[in-house]
Design a binder for this molecule. Structure first.
Ligand code: FEO
Length: 386
């Protein structure tokens, strides 16, 4: 079913319950939405973004509920990634009068079908009694991304910005806490690499003072949900910390696990909350949500093939690539049999604030005093316990 959002705006949410991994990387335990929108004006209609081409038939049927194809003057492509744009060629075959609106950057980077109108930041397009304004938001998520604002209805279409995993056929979140975790998971997996640009885009959205924010995934926000998602995005994209301690570890024969377990007990005895994630078993997308909010991160692992234990190595590399270790205090516990991989880890953490490395082996076992000192340093770096 289409969902009416305001006088001139309808949402066409399409649920994908078939894809198991978003971007072939991130688990979709409860599917994902592709949200397209229709703005109906007195002199024509505009479609804002489309859906993944695999769902074109169901999308076209829903679209027909709210708009006559002949009345569609424009299809606005806020973002060219295929989850939002791959239906465009098929859609245009059903829209005899539609022209394609895309950012000038998008027009230069991609071959688009049909008649293309490139737009610049601040350009407007009238549909009679309603006007669309295009606002450049590069790198939220790709270089060509823009957002589209309906001035009269105060609705802004933001595509990936403010998106979430999960299926929302009526654009409602039944469990808000679960929804926020899915929004946070979407942010860390898709957008966190571009945090500086996302932060700028969030400021542009805030400046509009919209009544409704309508993204390409997840729900449409208004009222309290809108206030909350704007604040969360502003936090997440600006070096957000939650005063938490996170241990990211792998363990082959138990010595690293024992060290982690002891450190957790030492910290908890002093009232410090600790999250400890086994990277051999934890899904990366959920682990990244923990990295986002941590102040202090302890990386604990055994050396493997004279290098960092693979699940830890590649998760840390991904966290680095996404900029999620910036500004964190990092401590390291490394175990080895015959050769330390400390230097390999330091190379991996190039540019990150590594406070201390505890390296141990069968010949030089880890002493409880070293872990007590480490716990004390961590507590000091948090400013003491409450
Ligand atoms: Fe949901 Fe960057 O595409």
């Amino acid at each position: 079913m289409a969902v009416r959002l305001s006088d001139h705006v309808f949402a066409i949410p399409v649920v994908d319950n078939e894809t198991d991994l978003f971007e072939s990387l991130w688990p979709l335990d409860d599917g994902v939405n592709y949200n397209s929108y229709v703005v109906v004006g007195s002199e024509g209609a505009a479609i804002i973004d489309t859906v993944h081409e695999s769902f074109f038939d169901v999308y076209l049927e829903k679209l027909g509920e709210v708009v006559d194809p002949e009345s569609v003057e424009y299809v606005v492509v806020n973002h060219m990634e295929p989850d939002h744009s791959s239906s465009l060629p098929m859609l245009l075959e059903h829209l005899p009068n539609a022209k394609v609106i895309v950012s000038r950057t998008g027009a230069s980077l991609f071959d688009l079908p049909g008649t293309v109108i490139p737009v610049d930041d601040g350009d407007e397009m009238s549909l009679g009694d309603v006007v669309l304004k295009f606002i450049s938001t590069p790198w939220a998520h790709w270089p060509e991304t823009m957002i589209t604002y309906v001035l009269e209805d105060e609705v802004v279409f933001t595509c990936d910005l403010f998106g979430a995993y999960g299926a929302y056929p009526n654009l409602n979140a039944e469990d808000w806490d679960v929804y926020l975790l899915e929004a946070r998971r979407y942010y860390v997996t898709v957008l966190s690499k571009y945090a500086k640009f996302v932060n700028s885009a969030v400021s542009k959205v805030k400046a509009l003072k919209p009544k409704i924010v309508a993204p390409g995934h997840g729900i449409a926000y208004s009222g309290d949900s809108l206030v909350q998602i704007l604040e969360l995005y502003a936090d997440w994209s600006s070096g957000h910390k939650e005063g938490r301690v996170l241990i990211l570890y792998g363990s082959m024969y138990g010595s690293v696990y024992n060290a982690v377990d002891t450190l957790v007990q030492l910290l908890e005895a002093e009232g410090v909350e600790v999250d400890a994630l086994d990277l051999s078993r934890e899904d990366w997308s959920y682990a990244l949500t923990f990295v986002l909010g941590a102040d202090v991160i302890i990386i604990a692992y055994p050396t493997y093939d004279a290098d960092v234990f693979p699940p830890v190595k590649y998760f840390i590399q991904t966290s680095m690539d996404k900029g999620l270790l910036d500004g964190k205090a990092i401590y390291v516990i490394e175990a080895h049999g015959w050769s330390s991989s400390e230097q390999k880890l330091r190379q991996l953490l190039n540019g990150v604030d590594v406070k201390k490395v505890l390296s141990f082996s069968q010949k030089n076992p880890l002493k409880i005093e070293a872990l007590e000192d480490l716990a004390g340093e961590i507590i000091s770096s948090l400013g003491g316990t409450e």
